[in-house]
Design a protein around this ligand. Structure first.
Ligand code: MLT
Length: 408
């Protein structure tokens, strides 16, 4: 008899964004004329930067000749991209990250979900609440948690509440944990962690021999100069932090797929026999076994954003979405709603009116305004009573959505 992994049964029936897609298509089927505006999943709508398109075409041409054809690439990514990332995102900003510490992937979702495999099943995990559901769901699947309790929490997980009262900045737990998931700019609240907050986390991690799993997929959206873009801007982070970054939101690669993980050479974890093992070696072993690398043409497309022209195009793309964020934030505020985020992130986090539940607000917005957002409760129990809108829509649709919400 083939027994299933029963841990999967602890999870709600479907992944958050699949459930939203299901509800939207049910609504659309019942109301075929409804002109639905989708500001739910954070999927980009604007074209790839032209430099990336050109680089992808050139790379595809290379593959059409035997002399320049490439088959399997290195699982950890081509050196040309690893070096461009190290130079541009780290060295140029005075940060000590080397190309051999960078692992290219097909996106941050996979990396954030897979990283837990290199840690012991009895690791104690701490997760911000609300946050991107992949961190928690993958730990549930792995069996690192107990069951879902009636309060929406999983047994055995240390939740770090992020509410308006603490400016959506998680507090240090007063107990020991081994793995800490932090996300800044945060998905879904659109808020960021300050340098001081990160210093506290790094001090905690070093004192507890813990590892911080730092997701900064939205770093390109930071507009305020004092907000850290990388955890390695904080002293001591190389001893205790892994960083995740993505081209999805930076350069419109949600469908093209490219991301990367930084694992510093000196970062180690404890083995059962007490010895210390470099985490980078374990990740390399995992990737070489389970992953065959990101497509060459995609890596060439990603590399192209590090040219001067590429940087200008990426800046324009991010600027476009950040103007949408401003329109959403201002529109919500004018409509009398309380909104957070949207300044250093493409997400706006709003308090639902009249104490409505997140899912009730979702249904109301969909049926009355034909606008799709994401219920805050889907990101964790502390997201209940909140709602997320994304600024990744087209400009005209974003403006139209705000007019419809105001009319409600
Ligand atoms: C989101 O909407 O939270 C993101 O698009 C999900 C993702 O990046 O996987």
């Amino acid at each position: 008899m083939a027994h299933i992994n029963d841990n999967y049964r602890k999870l709600p029936g479907s992944y958050l964004f699949s459930e939203i897609a299901r509800r939207v298509s049910t609504f659309q089927a019942a109301h075929p004329d409804a002109n639905i505006i989708r500001l739910g999943i954070g999927d980009v709508t604007q074209p790839l930067p032209q430099v990336s398109v050109d680089a992808i075409k050139r790379a595809a041409d290379e593959l059409s000749h035997a002399e320049t054809f490439r088959g399997y690439g290195p699982e950890q990514g081509y050196d040309f991209l690893r070096e461009a990332i190290a130079a541009h995102n780290y060295k140029r900003r005075g940060l000590d990250v080397n190309a051999d510490e960078i692992f290219i992937s097909d996106g941050s979702k996979c990396d954030c979900g897979n990283i837990q495999e290199i840690f012991s099943l009895d690791s104690k995990i701490a997760i911000a609440d609300p946050v991107y559901p992949v961190y928690l769901d993958t730990n549930v699947m792995a069996g690192r948690t107990g069951s879902l309790m009636s309060d929406g929490h999983f047994e055995g997980v240390i939740y770090l509440p992020c509410t308006a009262d603490n400016n959506f900045s998680p507090s240090i737990p007063n107990e020991h944990v081994d793995l800490i998931y932090l996300c800044s700019p945060n998905n879904p609240t659109g808020t960021t962690l300050s340098k001081d907050a990160l210093k506290d986390w790094i001090n905690y991690a070093r004192a507890n021999d813990a590892i911080i799993l730092y997701d900064s997929a939205y770093a390109a959206y930071i507009t305020e100069p004092d907000v850290p873009q990388s955890i390695y801007e904080i002293e001591g982070a190389r001893d205790c932090a892994i960083e995740f970054r993505s081209f999805s939101k930076t350069a419109g690669f949600t469908g093209t797929r490219c991301g990367y993980v930084v694992i510093p050479n000196q970062l180690t974890g404890a083995a059962a026999d007490g010895s210390r093992v470099p985490l980078k070696n374990l990740w390399l072993r995992r990737q070489t076994t389970k992953f065959n690398g990101t497509a060459y043409i995609v890596q060439r497309g990603a590399e192209a954003i590090y040219t001067d022209e590429g940087q200008a195009q990426v800046k324009a793309l991010v600027g476009y979405y950040m103007e949408n964020a401003r329109i959403i934030r201002d529109g919500l505020t004018t409509a009398g709603l309380t909104a957070y985020g949207g300044v250093n992130a493409p997400y706006i986090w709003l308090k639902t009116p009249d104490g409505m539940s997140s899912w009730d607000f979702f249904d109301r917005l969909l049926s009355e305004a034909n606008v799709v957002g994401t219920p805050g409760a889907g990101f964790g129990p502390c997201g209940e009573g909140y709602f997320r809108l994304t600024s990744f829509g087209a400009r005209d649709k974003t403006i139209e959505a705000m007019a419809r919400i105001a009319a409600m």
